[in-house]
Design a binder for this molecule. Structure first.
Ligand code: MLT
Length: 270
């Protein structure tokens, strides 16, 4: 897995496939407390179509960071990574926290950003109850470490029958979550608690937006994802059946198919 040294971080990333005329590259951003592996089954389906870059965000997976980070600083890091890899024009797909980062990057996007794929995510900021929950999770991770956060979150990450029907996905997801450093969890919870509300941005974005959502997502309701796509100028919504919050791991082929169609439409029009 190659890596690049940025200002305050070293970012490891997968760089698969190759740029094709008329097709933008694709950058896939993972959620919390996860790493690039949650996108790899989708990336494997897409790499024959275009160049696909899957970073471990600073502090996650194999990537390191010195000091703290915010959703905005992660967006800056992604922008720098894409520029250093000469991967533009590109489409950015973000899963959950990765979607917050994609929206933060969309806010200041240059001509190189051709589209957004918002996957199992939302545009709104945390309300007071949400912020209080983040604070309590920060206390939990400080006191009891990463395993306590895994115990708390894992039961809601996948569709309800996952333990019976997708035990391999459950164990892979659990091991990815357990690999997330305690300090990264603390910083990421703070970053998500303090993130901006990107709903206003949705209305202004003049690039195509695809909202992809597992219909059995217990963490983020499908109704708010549908609403998010309605709030965009150029948005469309696709529900992924038999998937919860981790649609990219639960139904990678279905997710890859909708992203391929989106890339082809953008490629054809750019
Ligand atoms: C994620 O999957 O990235 C998180 O559930 C996002 C969040 O906690 O807001």
């Amino acid at each position: 897995m190659p890596s690049l040294a940025l200002d305050r971080s070293t970012v490891h990333y997968e760089d698969l496939g190759e740029s094709r005329a008329g097709m933008p590259a694709l950058v896939l951003l993972h959620g919390f407390p996860l790493d690039g592996r949650v996108w790899m089954s989708v990336a494997d389906q897409l790499k024959s179509k275009t160049r696909v870059i899957v970073p471990d965000l600073p502090g996650f997976g194999r990537s390191s960071v010195s000091g703290s980070f915010s959703i905005e600083s992660l967006a800056d890091d992604v922008e720098t990574l894409v520029a250093r890899l000469r991967a533009g024009p590109f489409v950015l797909a973000g899963l959950s926290m990765g979607g917050y980062i994609a929206l933060a990057l969309g806010r200041k996007s240059g001509a190189m950003l051709r589209g957004l794929v918002l996957t199992n995510t939302k545009s709104g900021a945390d309300d007071e109850a949400g912020k209080a929950k983040r604070n309590s999770m920060i206390e939990i991770v400080k006191a009891r470490g990463t395993p306590a956060i895994v115990d708390l979150m894992l039961p809601n990450m996948l569709e309800p029958d996952a333990a019976k029907d997708k035990s391999d996905v459950v164990s892979q997801l659990k091991s990815i979550m357990l690999d997330c450093p305690q300090r990264t969890i603390e910083i990421a919870l703070t970053a998500m608690r303090d993130r901006a509300d990107y709903t206003e941005l949705l209305v202004k974005l003049d690039i195509p937006v695809l909202v992809v959502h597992g219909t059995a997502d217990a963490i983020m309701p499908e109704s708010s994802a549908r609403k998010m796509s309605e709030q965009t100028r150029n948005g469309s919504f696709v529900g992924i059946e038999h998937a919860g919050h981790l649609s990219t791991m639960e139904q990678p082929q279905a997710v890859a198919d909708v992203i391929t169609k989106f890339l082809e439409e953008i490629g054809a029009t750019s």
